[in-house]
Design a protein around this ligand. Structure first.
Ligand code: FPP
Length: 246
């Protein structure tokens, strides 16, 4: 594959990825689905490294959705174990490269042995000033909005904020996934073209790039190519450009 040209001066600040296709990758090879997730976590390592080297400011990965709890218990357990292994094996690299690790989602639902390593690395890396890596875990975009509305309603009840003060900026401040700013580029692998309850508010003006590659086979060149595609698009945010405004 020809290496796509990426303009380092016009990088998306915040990239988000729906890493889809692990199961199909394994099934195509006659392997258990968990083998696909294992290969998928290798892809996570190379894409995180590539994003950091390029100079991406924030990368949000959809690692486990709120709906994924409904998968067979052995698959959920395997995903939890891979997550724990990732946090342990990447700890040194994360800290050495000053990556700040954060999580979003209802992480209190994660098993204690995962929550502990997650909290510890979030804490240890909290002062890091390099790329921010956000893991969406037990995450759902609709759930995040519902949690946020509940919080705001409580603040209204306590008299801390007036209903008139509820606007887009206030919601931006209350949504954990908006801490790194809105998503500029959202990539989905695996051939499906939908958001599947990921970052709903944040991706209002995101450029969407769909790859037919299954996540375990998503290479660094595919990541560059998604960024090059982003850079070829004209972002208008609902406006029109002055030269069209005649
Ligand atoms: C979707 O593939 C992927 C997931 C449900 C989980 C993503 C997890 C990883 C990439 C590995 C672990 C994560 C980290 C951060 C180390 P699918 O199973 O829905 O694939 P299918 O659509 O082919 O069935």
């Amino acid at each position: 594959m020809k290496v796509p040209l990426v303009d380092l001066r016009r990088l998306p600040k915040h990239v988000a990825i729906i890493m889809d296709g692990n199961g199909r990758w394994a099934e195509l090879r006659g392997l258990p689905r968990t083998a696909g997730h294992r290969e998928g976590s290798r892809a996570v390592r190379r894409i995180v490294r590539a994003a950091r080297r390029l100079g991406i400011q924030a990368l949000t990965l959809y690692a486990f959705s709120e709906q994924n709890w409904a998968r067979p218990p052995e698959e959920v357990a395997a995903l939890m174990e891979l997550l724990r292994e990732f946090l342990i094996s990447e700890r040194r690299e994360i800290l050495d490269h000053r990556i700040r690790l954060r999580s979003i989602g209802r992480t209190e639902r994660l098993p204690a042995h995962v929550r502990e390593v997650l909290r510890a690395l979030e804490e240890e890396s909290s002062g890091c000033d390099g790329m921010t890596l956000v893991l969406a875990l037990s995450y759902g975009g609709r759930e995040e909005l519902a949690d946020c509305m509940r919080l705001i309603a409580q603040e209204v009840l306590r008299g801390v904020i007036h209903p008139q003060a509820i606007d887009e900026a206030l919601i931006d401040c209350r949504l954990p996934s908006m801490a790194e700013g809105a998503v500029d580029l959202l990539i989905r692998t695996g051939g499906e073209q939908r958001l599947s309850n990921f970052l709903l508010w944040n991706s209002a003006y995101a450029e969407l790039v769909f790859s037919s590659k299954l996540w375990p086979e998503f290479e660094v060149e595919d990541f560059y190519s998604a960024i090059a595609e982003f850079q070829s698009r004209e972002r208008r945010f609902g406006r029109i450009f002055s030269h069209q405004n005649l």
